[in-house]
Design a protein. Structure first.
Ligand SMILES: [Fe+2]
Length: 297
């Protein structure tokens, strides 16, 4: 196993870690060619056999099992080939990019994160080309996941905690009135620098490495100042038996494409895509959980 205990400890502490994978150069070339084809054609990823080869590779499942402390896991979401294309100058300052872009995607409590199996989404970003800092490397604020999950542990009502983990995008104030999350926000922590003024780290990587991300912590997309795109394929996983919330449109999409993806997998790999959806509940921005914002905000 190339995912070591030390790296697992780093994930728990920082909310992100980059690990190696067993993919050969030849396999990476095929995966990257599939990525290029899919970007060009706009076809559904599960129609491409070389994409399927990546998604059903046992390594991701093994990493997810270890990460989630689970005997069995399954896909929660399969990211389409993901692109961070070159951005035209002028480039916004680091401070502005972070202040405007930082957010979380998963809402969960620290008890969820520390449970066995872990009630968290395992997000695996598989890099098909190098990710130097200037090629739109994702920015991550190490350790923020723990403070924010602690906050949810402290303030959420029990009946709401029972509806976690869920995909629920939130950011620190100010939150625009035009966003669906409004007026929910992530408060600054007592006695520390405001979130939007902190300095995130670039998640740099070599081709073939995997970023394991806990998106219950703050992270941000970043402008790609290079002249080639950043290329990724991603999957996300959950432990069997853990219920997960998704907004209606995302839940509908999963229920639509999982059966089609499943039909393309080798018979010995179909277990990574469930054929029932009792583990997947709908969770939207409405009705609002009023403890997630101040009435006066
Ligand atoms: Fe995100």
């Amino acid at each position: 196993m190339m995912f070591t205990d030390t790296q697992l400890a780093q994930y728990e502490k920082h909310g992100a870690v980059t690990i190696d994978s067993p993919f050969t150069t030849d396999q990476l070339d095929r995966a990257e060619a599939a990525w290029d084809r899919l970007k060009q054609s706009g076809h559904e990823p599960y129609e491409d056999p070389d994409y399927i080869e990546v998604i059903q590779h046992p390594y991701f499942e093994e990493v997810a099992k270890k990460l989630l402390r689970a005997n069995t896991v399954h896909l929660w979401w399969g990211l389409a080939p993901h692109e961070r294309p070159p951005t035209n100058p002028p480039y916004a300052s680091n401070r502005d990019q972070w202040a405007n872009g930082c957010h979380i995607d998963i809402q969960a409590t620290l008890e969820d994160f520390e449970a066995t199996p872990r009630r968290m989404r395992a997000e695996l970003w598989f890099w098909l080309n190098d990710v130097p800092a200037h090629r739109g490397a994702m920015r991550i604020l190490p350790g923020s996941h723990r403070h924010i999950m602690e906050h949810w542990s402290r303030i959420l009502q029990p009946d709401h905690k029972a509806q976690l983990p869920r995909v629920h995008g939130l950011r620190p104030a100010p939150v625009s009135k035009n966003t669906p999350a409004f007026p929910e926000y992530i408060p600054d922590m007592y006695n520390s620098t405001p979130w939007i003024q902190q300095d995130p780290s670039p998640a740099v990587a070599h081709r073939g490495q995997i970023l394991i991300l806990c998106s219950a912590g703050l992270h941000s997309a970043w402008m790609n100042e290079d002249d080639v795109p950043r290329k990724a394929m991603g999957t996300s996983w959950v432990a069997t038996g853990v219920s997960c919330g998704l907004p209606k449109n995302q839940r509908d999409a999963v229920m639509d494409f999982f059966p089609r993806l499943r039909s393309k997998l080798r018979p010995d790999r179909t277990h990574i895509v469930p054929d029932t959806f009792d583990w997947l509940f709908e969770s939207n921005y409405h009705p609002k959980w009023t403890e997630t914002f101040l009435a006066t905000y």
